[in-house]
Design a protein around this ligand. Sequence first.
Ligand SMILES: [Cu+2]
Length: 172
Amino acid sequence: MSEAFDSRARVHRAMVMLGALAATLALLLSVAGVAAAGGTVDILEEDERYSFEPGEITVAMGETVTWQNGSDAPHTVTSDTAGGPLDSPELAEDDSYQETFDTAGDYAYHCEIHDYMQGVVHVVDMPPTDALGAVDDSGRLPAPLMALVALLAAGVAGSLIMFRLRKSPRTI
Ligand SMILES: [Cu+2]
C-alpha cells in the first residue's frame, strides 16, 4: 500500500517538474518573441483629440515599430524631415503601418491631417532588448536559446530515465 503511494507521489513529482520546465521554456520563447517584435504605437482619441501613444518610443537598431490606428479618423505617420523614413499613406480605422529602423538616431514625426499630433522614435545602437538575443532574420532561435532548449530537453530525458530505472526493479 505504501509502495503504491510512493509510486504515485513520484509520478506526481515528475509531472510537476515537467510542468515547471515547460512553463520556463514558454516564458523564454515569449521573451524572445517580444524582443523581435520591436514596439507598437497606438493612435488613440481622447476628448476629440488624437495622439500617438506612447509619444516617444525607444527601440534597438534593426527593430520594427508598428503604428496601429485605434481611432475612427484617418491619420498619417510622416517624418518631420523631408525624405525621412516615415511616409505612411492615410491610415483608416484599424489600419497599421510599419517601419524597420536600421540606423541609430531620433526620428521625429507627425500626422499630416492633425498637425498637433507629434511623436519621436529613438533608435539606439545596442544589443537586442533581451539577454538571450532576438530571433534573427532567418527566423531561427539564437544560439544561446537553442543551447538552453537542448539542455532542458536533456534534463527532461534524464529525469524520465532515472524515474524508469528506479521504478523497474519493483515492476519486473
Ligand atoms: Cu491624425
